[in-house]
Write a protein that binds this ligand. Structure first.
Ligand code: ZN
Length: 500
């Protein structure tokens, strides 16, 4: 024992002697090390900046005037037929409108059996080809108009600046009309595809696509079909990537996050609110929500998001670029820097949002239970089950039940090394020279996930140029698209179909 005490005393004395003699040297070495790391990081950021692919401002080209005028009229008429999900009559009228508006398309393409409301067409190749077919997706239904419109949301009018205004203008009647216009125009030019091209337009995408796209996918699967690529709505051409003006980019969705809803039910004592318990059901629920909001799942950097960050770096502010150019060392800094950016944070982790809350029916009644819905957007690597377990662990010591209402897993991630991705980017480069193609994971779900069993390369990209102000109008008031933007989109679809 004495020996140990002596040894300890000797160690303490030796340590203080060492610090007294070399303390300043250690501090200096530490300072030099930290300063060196920082300087190296800055140099790396500056050097990397020289090699990063910058974007050049979009060249304003004017689309073919006849094509644009026809497409604009079509989209205006399409918007004027309200097709809010569930409106069967509206969808029937919309399909009739397409038939009358595009007689050549409906005469030359083959109808495939589709659930009532949806539309499944095949444009057969002129010659026998062993190349896999291509599938274009879209949807004919729209979300309800909501409030705040400056005019009639289903009038399909053109404003003084040349924008076509109305529900569905960018989600997703622009895609359906854009594709129909492109096919009709190509048919009139005498073009015939060299592989089969399919078009699948659902009627219930906005409520999950279970009766539309899911059934059409089953029909195609029963025919033993597999697709080289599926191209759906989703990404677009932004005019200001990462908020940086004059930094346009083509954002291509190569996967989408899963979406789950969980019902949280907190139990408490029901009764008169004049004699409340120390912790009511609503209070317990509030505590559970606070815990969930304070403990987001751990951040991760998927390969595709690393690619996204690397390609987006030139558009970022210096401090953000610093965290990207010094990966993998700067990973914790990257997560911290973007942790408070709502548009970027979801790329790194599963997110939680508490949406609907329900308590007592009367202001003076304590409810026996209080409920809320937690919407989890699930990043690849997590599963609905693992997230449910995580939520349960956060509230394990509270009288709170967590039960799933809907659980949709995250999609697979399409490869950016695939020939289909390269073909898509080649058309983007041809139409918009110098525009970077940036792959990403979408937080929203679309119909294309139903085709996952039939295709490994599902891309979510609509060839329409939008700034963030315009994109934010999706599912919002005054949704609109510029006539020229629509015309350019039709021309893009024509080039894409020719190139595939
Ligand atoms: Zn949509």
């Amino acid at each position: 024992m004495t020996f140990l005490k002596n040894l300890y005393a000797w160690l303490v004395i030796a340590r203080s002697n060492f610090v007294a003699s070399f303390g300043s040297w250690i501090s200096l070495a530490l300072f030099v090390f930290i300063f060196g790391c920082l300087a190296a990081g800055i140099v790396r950021t500056l050097l990397a900046g020289r090699h990063l692919k910058r974007s050049s401002p979009l060249k304003r080209t004017t689309p073919d005037p006849d094509l644009t005028a026809h497409a604009s009229e079509s989209l205006q008429a399409a918007i004027a037929i309200p097709t809010v999900t569930g409106d069967r009559e509206g969808i029937v009228r919309f399909r009739e409108f397409l038939k009358q508006r595009y007689p050549e398309v409906f005469a030359r393409l083959h109808f495939l059996p589709a659930p009532e409301g949806s539309l499944l067409l095949c444009w057969r190749s002129v010659r026998k080809s062993d190349r896999l077919p291509i599938l274009f997706c879209g949807h004919m239904d729209v979300v309800p108009a909501g409030e705040g419109w400056s005019g009639d949301p289903f009038a399909g009018t053109v404003d003084s600046e040349g924008y076509i205004v109305g529900r569905g203008a960018i989600d997703c009647k622009n895609v359906v009309i854009g594709l129909m216009e492109a096919v009709q125009s190509l048919l009139r030019e005498g073009y015939a595809p060299t592989r089969d091209i399919y078009f699948a337009f659902g009627h219930d995408e906005e409520t999950g696509g279970a009766a539309g796209a899911a059934q059409m996918a089953e029909t195609l699967a029963k025919r033993g079909l597999r697709f080289e690529t599926v191209i759906d709505e989703g990404g677009y051409i932004t005019e200001e990537h990462f908020g940086r003006k004059r930094f346009p980019a083509a954002l291509i969705g190569v996967g989408e996050k899963g979406c789950s809803y969980y019902r949280l039910t907190a139990h408490g004592k029901a009764g008169h609110s004049s004699m409340p318990p120390r912790h009511s059901a609503v209070g317990i629920l509030a505590e559970a929500i606070c815990r969930i909001e304070a403990a987001p799942p751990k951040a991760r950097l998927l390969d595709v998001i690393y690619e996204n960050m690397r390609l987006s770096a030139p558009a970022m502010r210096f401090i953000h670029r610093f965290t990207v150019c010094n990966l993998p060392f700067s990973k914790p800094l990257l997560f911290r820097a973007f942790g408070s950016v709502p548009s970027v944070n979801p790329l790194f982790r599963t997110t939680f949002a508490c949406t609907q809350v329900r308590g007592s029916e009367a202001p003076n009644v304590l409810p026996g239970t209080a409920e809320c819905i937690v919407n989890a957007r699930i990043l690849q690597g997590d599963t609905p089950k693992s997230i449910r377990k995580y939520l349960q662990s956060l509230v394990a010591d509270l009288p709170v039940d967590v039960e799933p209402v809907l659980e949709i897993p995250a999609s697979a991630v399409a490869s950016t090394a695939s020939a289909s991705y390269k073909a898509l980017c080649a058309v983007i480069s041809e139409k918009y020279p110098g525009l970077p193609c940036i792959p990403g994971i979408q937080s929203i779900t679309t119909d294309s996930r139903h085709y996952e069993p039939l295709c490994d390369n599902i891309f979510k990209f609509m060839p329409f140029v939008m700034d963030s102000g315009l994109y934010d109008r999706m599912h919002n008031a005054d949704e609109k698209i510029h006539q020229n933007c629509l015309g350019l989109g039709v021309e893009f679809y024509k080039s894409l179909i020719r190139s595939l």
